[in-house]
Design a protein around this ligand. Sequence first.
Ligand code: ADP
Ligand code: MG
Length: 280
Amino acid sequence: MALLEIENLVVEFQTASGPFRAVNGVSMKVHEGEVLAIVGESGSGKSVSMLAAMGLLPWTAKVTADKLAFNGRDLLGMSANERRKIIGKDISMIFQEPVASLNPCFTVGFQIEEVLRIHLGLDKAGRRKRAIELFEAVGIPDPAERLGHYPHQMSGGQCQRVMIAIAIACNPKLLIADEPTTALDVTIQKQILDLLMKLQAEHNMGLIMITHNMGVVAETADRVVVQYKGRKMEEADVLTLFENPKSNYTRALLAALPDNATGDRLPTISELFVDEGAVQ
Ligand SMILES: Nc1ncnc2c1ncn2[C@@H]1O[C@H](COP(=O)(O)OP(=O)(O)O)[C@@H](O)[C@H]1O
Ligand SMILES: [Mg+2]
């Protein structure tokens, strides 16, 4: 059984100029131990589709789907209370802006211990012990001391490690990483990706890696969904996608990689791409 199953997901926002479809009939599945990359340019509905799956969109979003299920359980039909027990525990998410995703008013130790208190009901000593273990697992030096620090006292890379520690705190079955390295220095990006892949393999998690970077796809994914303007253009295993891309949009994304481009200037996606429609 798939961990997460999405069929024909549609997300519509009410805007001043009328309804806007940010996600327009997307379907995908992720299995245990599998890394699925969702790739596509900015604004293609990658984040919105995952936020919809997790029930984290504002009320202005209208979400419909033929199926939206986690471990066979219908997410759309369940109460907000039931859903809250799954989100942050069995499914967790890491965002692009690590510093902004943490609360500036509380120490990072408090923030990770809250998750352990709410979802696992650990007592004070148990929470502290587990928080130290988690900081060690994500490579934060001097974990006991670091627990007392506020986000602003830490670098972007260290904050992202804290976010990852919080995300894996309850041993999730599915981790959604939304552009987890985009806001970080290039030198730190690889370390964070390596850390995510190590944790994914150790815990046999399903991982959804959202990215606009084909290099990240090549390094991490088993399977790839290519999204454009809220629609799925193509889905393939990673080797097939790179060796034999079916859609013009995927070919355009690959041609825009620095290795494949010729001449002084990288071509833009719109120069390379002729829209030929979506797949189901
Ligand atoms: N709360 C919102 N209200 C209205 N439009 C939104 C909202 N959130 C996202 N959008 C729009 O939905 C589209 C898809 O956004 P998003 O999923 O964030 O793209 P990306 O693929 O870069 O993650 C964009 O055009 C964005 O402006
Ligand atoms: Mg996004």
